[in-house]
Design a protein around this ligand. Structure first.
Ligand code: CAO
Length: 557
């Protein structure tokens, strides 16, 4: 049986694209057109299909590699006769049309003539080998203002779906297609008016066919943990667990992108659109139902199984002890709250999977606390109480800027450095722990942070936090300062890589070189992911944080 090189086919205008997912492993039997890897440019992601049926003998790319047309992806031992059509493509890349999930690049040159003003016709650009594709979604309506590259409609062939972008900015005057129409290159899509200037459609203005199932795992779980307090009375979930993982779920590129951003496993979402198509509303409904605890994703269910009624078998451990407690005295059995169940599964995963280390330190906040108290006195009438946690958030942002790996996330063998600073803070509620997020804390002052924290903490206690209030954190602070204790080891809120635990400050004698001085010392406990951060960096982070808290003017430096 022949070994066949399966290469990256013609992927349109994309030059070098990064491998972001390996969808097969050595030993897998693949069919013709089965997706092998997912690649991503800055504009789109797409799956590279196999041109050959057979058994994967070798994978020639690794996550993060850059590939282009002709790069060898895998070596497949062709499956006898089944390999026939692919045999010819041994050396040649599979034709674009054979790539089922390729997000055909929609347009390098607009068919509509760019006009300076007045009505402009926007037509279907060159969509490759696709003919008579059906309009399955109208993404704009008459009166909408559209930007250049904004998607106007989604079309679908039997192989791929793609969005047709506008070549021009303006206001939609007329829509020339309706759902179910079939269109081809040059067909009129919309007429725009009020166009200030017409920009040409950039090369590869196209679509994102996001990887479907595989993107779900870590992000989804974290989002769910963080969003556990969403109100209970929500729409019935569109949930289709066990949906096929081969073949892409039926959804438009923008819905795929949306699902991917939220970390929603699209293959578990039940589509309510024509032919079972998954709509944006389906993804939102699914997210809400997961957040409310009405539904568990397969990943969470698997974790819950491995942790809840678990017997430790998932980890290769001895079984959890089963004790008849009633034998020893009276008992009462109470179900745990939904938040506790969901966050428990996440905490277990994070505790087990992250090689976490905690560094403890103290910060001298004598002057800062005096400043905070006097500020609150001066601003009594404003109704906003400046809290120590607000200063801690601001100080952490400064430390995250100085040590950016603490504001990163692991993505395979790469690190994603986030250039935004969204700080989560653990809030204790009657139903369990939730983590609301102060967004863009770097751009906010202490008053604004204090005020937002107060509002979020109240929403948390009232069980009214929405998913948006609890997503996107880049770093978390867990403060037990108002309660007590000295130090503790907080668990990292994956996919973040560090968390700061803070306990109650107290006056301590601190040696100044000549004498002991009474200073207000704040205990800090920084837990960090040793895959990303090392001990020296963690110690430096704490030292720097302590310096800022000791003299807040350093934030300005
Ligand atoms: N040291 C000493 N006192 C502190 C302090 C600190 N580090 N932080 C706050 N305090 C004091 C404040 O001065 C305030 O005292 P007064 O009422 O006398 O003014 C009081 O504690 C309450 O402080 P606060 O209003 O600033 O609230 P907070 O920042 O302590 O807490 C919140 C807000 C939402 C974090 C808190 O309500 C909460 O839920 N904490 C628990 C978080 C948690 O459970 N973490 C563990 C997660 S792991 O299971």
């Amino acid at each position: 049986m022949a070994l066949v090189e399966v290469k990256v086919p013609d992927i349109g205008d994309f030059d070098e694209v990064a491998v972001i997912e390996l969808l097969v492993k050595v030993g897998d039997t693949v069919k013709v057109e089965q997706s092998l890897i997912t690649v991503e440019s800055d504009k789109a992601s797409m799956e590279i299909p196999s041109s050959t049926a057979g058994v994967v003998k070798e994978i020639k790319v690794a996550l993060g590699d850059k590939v282009k047309e002709g790069s060898v992806v895998v070596m497949v031992e062709a499956a006898g006769a089944a390999a026939a059509p692919a045999a010819e493509s041994k050396a040649a890349p599979a034709p674009t049309a054979a790539a089922p999930a390729a997000p055909v690049s929609v347009a390098s040159a607009p068919v509509a003539a760019p006009a300076a003003s007045g009505p402009v016709e926007v037509r279907v650009p060159d969509i490759g080998d696709f003919k008579d594709v059906a309009v399955i979604e109208l993404l704009v309506k008459v009166g909408d203002t559209v930007k250049v590259e904004q998607s106007l409609i989604t079309v679908e062939s039997d192989k791929a779906s793609m969005e047709i972008p506008s070549s021009t900015a303006g206001v939609v005057k007329e829509i020339k297609v309706k759902l179910g129409d079939t269109v081809n290159i040059g067909d009129l899509v919309v007429i725009l008016e009020g166009v200030a200037s017409a920009a040409p459609v950039p090369v590869a203005a196209a679509t994102a066919v996001a990887p479907a199932a595989a993107v779900a795992a870590p992000a989804a779980v974290a989002a769910v943990a963080a969003a556990a307090a969403a109100p209970a009375a929500l729409a019935v979930p569109a949930h289709a667990p066990g949906g096929t993982t081969l073949g892409l779920p039926h959804a438009s590129p923008s819905v795929r992108k949306f699902a991917r951003e939220l970390g929603v496993p699209l293959n578990e979402v039940k589509g309510s659109g024509p032919k079972g198509r998954i709509t944006e509303a389906d993804v939102q409904g699914f997210t809400r139902s997961v957040m409310s605890g009405a539904v568990q994703t397969l990943a969470i269910a698997a974790q819950a199984k491995a942790s809840g009624s678990n017997d430790g078998a998932g980890l290769g451990l001895i079984p959890w002890p089963k004790v008849d407690f009633a034998k020893f005295g009276p008992i009462e059995r109470k179900e745990m709250s939904r938040i506790k169940k969901i966050s428990g599964a996440n905490l277990l995963r994070n505790a087990v999977m992250i090689p976490a280390v905690t560094n403890h330190d103290d910060a001298d906040i004598t002057d800062l606390e005096a400043f905070r108290v006097s500020t609150n006195k001066e601003n009594e009438k404003s109704g906003i109480k400046v809290t120590m946690l607000a200063f801690l958030i601001k100080a952490c942002v400064a430390a995250l800027k100085k040590f950016p790996e603490f504001n990163s996330s692991l993505d395979g063998d790469a690190l994603i450095y986030k250039q935004y600073y969204h700080i989560g803070f653990a809030a204790d509620t009657p139903n369990g722990l939730v983590v609301p997020v102060i967004k863009d804390a770097d751009k906010k002052g202490i008053f604004q942070i204090s005020q937002e924290m107060g509002e979020l903490a109240k929403k948390a206690r009232d069980g009214k936090l929405g998913p948006a209030d609890m997503s996107g954190a880049t770093f978390t602070i867990s403060s037990l300062g108002g309660i007590g204790g000295r130090y503790f080891t907080p668990i990292i809120n994956a996919p973040e890589v560090a968390i700061l635990g803070v306990c109650k400050s107290q006056m301590e004698p601190v040696w100044d070189g000549k004498a002991f001085q009474p200073r207000l010392m704040l205990p800090l406990s920084l837990t960090w992911d040793h895959r990303v951060i090392d001990g020296a960096a963690a110690a430096r982070f704490n030292v720097y944080l302590g310096q800022i808290l000791g003299d807040f003017r350093r934030v300005l430096l």
